[in-house]
Design a protein around this ligand. Structure first.
Ligand code: FAD
Length: 248
């Protein structure tokens, strides 16, 4: 699919990852860097020359304004905070959270489509939603102290700490750490879960490029979804990770 990624000059951006289901769909994506102040005119002009089917921006106030204006000008669809994109015979489809992310909605987009996706943010402004790396704790982490150890390891790795619902409901982790259908939708480059079984509601919020799972049960469901499975006790895994990070 012919795709253009639009960057607004003057803002600090990390390269955007387009959430295509099929990895090869993003291989011919081209970058457009637009200068101030006439983003819309420049984008429309480049569209006329290159005619991509899909135009992608990092989600944000200014980007949303541009996305709406551009989609209107080009006669295509506009959708914010897209989590996943794929093609079917009927056309280009996109998934995003709806009703405060309590539901996942699928949209059929008219091309050229202009969409925004979560970015990585400028250094120091990472949240769970735009984090490049996440360590996530489930019930198997066993308690608040271990969650705090996991959060410290995440910080040392420049990553964010997340949690499943039991970890939050037990007050081991703050509510804002919740990942899943009723929490944050995350799409990091890498994610490691520790003591999370891989339930449907949790995984509904996870779209990691690489997922590793630590669980002491060899039959844990999460191993079916993970790229790497580590059968280990959560505490022992934390001991090893802390040792590795401290360099001793
Ligand atoms: C409407 C609805 C919405 C929901 N929304 C969410 C949501 O947004 N997010 C969410 O997370 N859940 C959500 N849930 C809850 C969800 O169904 C699961 O109950 C929950 O995700 C399970 O969390 P868990 O994996 O931490 O716990 P469990 O399923 O209990 O898994 C614990 C895992 O830890 C392992 N373990 C135990 N001890 C150790 C140890 N010492 N070392 C290593 N591993 C160990 C076990 O083998 C197991 O695999 C929702 C449920 C409903 C009904």
């Amino acid at each position: 699919m012919k795709t253009a990624i639009l960057y607004l000059a003057g803002e600090k951006h990390c390269p955007l990852t387009i959430p295509f289901t099929a990895a090869e769909d993003g291989t011919d994506a081209v970058n457009w860097v637009l200068d101030r102040p006439d983003f819309l005119e420049q984008a429309a002009c480049r569209y006329g020359a290159e005619r991509p089917d899909l135009l992608v921006l990092e989600d944000g106030g200014e980007a949303r304004g541009l996305a709406v204006g551009l989609a209107r000008r080009l006669g295509g669809s506009c959708l914010f905070q897209v989590r996943e994109l794929w093609r079917e015979e009927s056309g280009l489809l996109a998934r995003r959270g709806a009703y405060n992310s309590n539901l996942q909605a699928v949209y059929r987009l008219r091309t050229p489509a202009v969409v925004t996706v979560a970015g990585r943010g400028a250094p120091g402004t990472e949240t769970l939603e735009n984090a490049a790396g996440i360590l996530a704790a489930g019930r198997g982490i066993g308690g608040k102290q271990n969650f705090q150890r996991l959060a410290a390891c995440a910080a040392a790795l420049g990553a964010q700490a997340g949690a499943t619902r039991p970890a939050v409901m037990n007050t081991w982790a703050e509510m804002e750490r919740l990942i899943g259908q009723s929490g944050h939708q995350v799409s990091p480059r890498w994610m490691v879960t520790v003591g999370a079984s891989g339930s449907g509601p949790f995984l509904a919020g996870v779209r990691a490029e690489r997922l590793a799972a630590v669980d002491n049960d060899p039959n844990a469901m999460i191993f079916w979804n993970a790229d790497l499975g580590i059968q280990a006790d959560a505490g022992a895994f934390l001991d090893a990770l802390e040792k590795e990070l401290s360099g001793t």
